[in-house]
Design a binder for this molecule. Structure first.
Ligand SMILES: *Cc1c(COP(=O)(O)O)cnc(C)c1O
Length: 435
């Protein structure tokens, strides 16, 4: 299998696409052709690792990693991804729980898989590879956890000092010697600007071998398709119907993976994206032009994306708005609606939702009744509510029990280097830690 940029050009191997992250022309990598997968090819096992092996085999054909695929899968899917039934009065709605990984959010799956791949491709190289990640919360923790302690790999996490929650800050700063956490005196945009300048700096790049692990890397996308494949196939086997998915959406990585899984033939019904007040996708599907916007801060902060980069992939595979309408839908949920839905989930469904997950339960609850009752639905829970306890606890009036993964993280000592928002300060911190 070869991979091509959404903007055309020559194709590359999977290994090249994994190393590069973004294509040289600024486009995003996609497989040149999509395999057609069928239930009988083994994707009907109760073990998600078996589904993953079947699903990923064609995508890894010809890769240096082909022989390690089973190991990579075992490392990535080392925690459960259960589907639980909601206590609904009528109809059927399940929750796909993607928050049982090391940092209690779905990004653990993509980050873990990418780390498992890159450490095998690059672990023996003479100079370590240095992953740079600017983060406003979830991504940095998942990437740091995934690369923590891996030989031949380093991570530098940059986050805006004082602008992430205490628990989030701890997740960014509690890792081993190969992870450098920089508390930047500035905004998320300042952090991102440093990463961009560093990547573009030839000399610095030669020295540290920078790479990125952001959500446009194909290595984060492919493993996300697997839980949709697995959940939908098992649902189809049990009930005879293809479930619809409602997915909290920001940069469109998670939801695009669902679309991809359906394109390969997985029994997935409707796909509905739930966004927060950042509603570019919703407006685009309703006929507006695709024009990047400044992001708006919301309670579902990991979805505060004004210019969702994976739309480029979705349009490449699914066509422009006229073609996409009917294949995918989207609805925007305001902060007030998120708050009231968190309460309603708790009171009516016995579910403690994080603010991101609440956008999806809101959309499900407000479907047209006929549509809600005549289809089986699976809402996607993207993070554990305990990560956002400052928002959720006052609404439900109850302390949220800390899942063991988060409790373990919070017990680790935290260490970080405060820097001013400049390249000079960034370079100095790198020298000090890694020389
Ligand atoms: C990143 C994130 C999202 C959004 O996922 P995308 O792939 O960017 O659409 C939703 N919920 C949580 C908790 C996240 O961390």
């Amino acid at each position: 299998m070869r991979y091509q940029s959404t903007r055309g050009g020559a194709s590359v191997t999977l290994d090249e696409a994994l190393r590069q992250g973004i294509a040289a022309d600024g486009g995003l990598y996609l497989p040149e052709s999509l395999p057609e997968l069928t239930l009988s090819s083994g994707a009907d096992s109760a073990d998600i690792k078996v589904t993953a092996g079947t699903f990923l085999a064609p995508f890894f054909a010809g890769s240096d990693l082909e022989d390690s695929l089973d190991e990579i899968i075992a490392e990535t899917f080392s925690f459960p991804l259960p589907v639980s039934a909601l206590e609904v009065a009528a109809g059927r709605c399940d929750v796909l729980e993607l928050y049982h990984g090391p940092t209690a959010a779905f990004k653990d799956i993509g980050a873990g898989f990418l780390a498992a791949c890159l450490s095998r491709l690059e672990g023996d190289a003479e100079k370590p590879l240095t992953i740079l990640v600017a983060t406003s919360g979830d991504t940095g923790g998942a990437v740091a956890a995934a690369f923590d302690g891996r030989p031949g790999m380093r991570v530098v996490v940059l986050y805006p000092d004082g602008m992430v929650s205490a628990r989030q800050a701890h997740q960014l700063t509690c890792w081993g010697d190969n992870v450098l956490s920089l508390a930047v005196d500035g905004t998320f945009d300042d952090c991102q600007a440093i990463v961009k300048s560093a990547m573009a700096d030839r000399q610095l790049n030669d020295k540290h071998r920078f790479s990125s692990a952001n959500s446009i890397n194909i290595g984060r996308l492919l493993p996300q398709a697997i839980y949709y494949a697995h959940a939908s196939v098992l649902h189809k086997m049990r009930t005879g119907t293809a479930p619809g998915f409602i997915i909290p959406t920001g940069n469109l990585g998670n939801a695009f993976a669902c679309f991809l899984a359906r394109e390969t033939g997985m029994p997935i019904g409707k796909i509905i994206l739930a966004t927060n007040a950042n509603r570019l996708i919703v407006d685009y599907l309703a006929g507006s032009a695709w024009e990047p916007r400044a992001s708006i801060q919301t309670l579902a902060s990991a979805m505060d994306v004004g210019n969702p980069s994976n739309m480029e992939r979705l349009r490449h595979v699914g066509g422009d708005a006229e073609d996409l309408v009917g294949r995918i839908r989207a609805q925007s949920v305001t902060d007030a609606q998120i708050k009231s839905q968190i309460r309603r989930d708790y009171e009516e469904l016995n579910l403690i939702s994080c603010p991101h997950t609440a956008t999806a339960t809101y959309v499900w609850q407000h479907l047209d009744e006929e549509e809600r009752l005549s289809h089986d639905w699976i809402v996607v829970a993207t993070a554990h509510a305990a990560k956002f306890e400052q928002i959720v606890e006052p609404i439900i009036g109850e302390r949220i029990a800390l899942p063991s993964v988060l409790a373990a993280i919070l017990k680790k000592p935290s260490h970080f280097v405060p820097i001013e928002a400049s390249m000079a300060a960034f370079e100095a911190a790198l020298e000090k830690q890694f020389d």
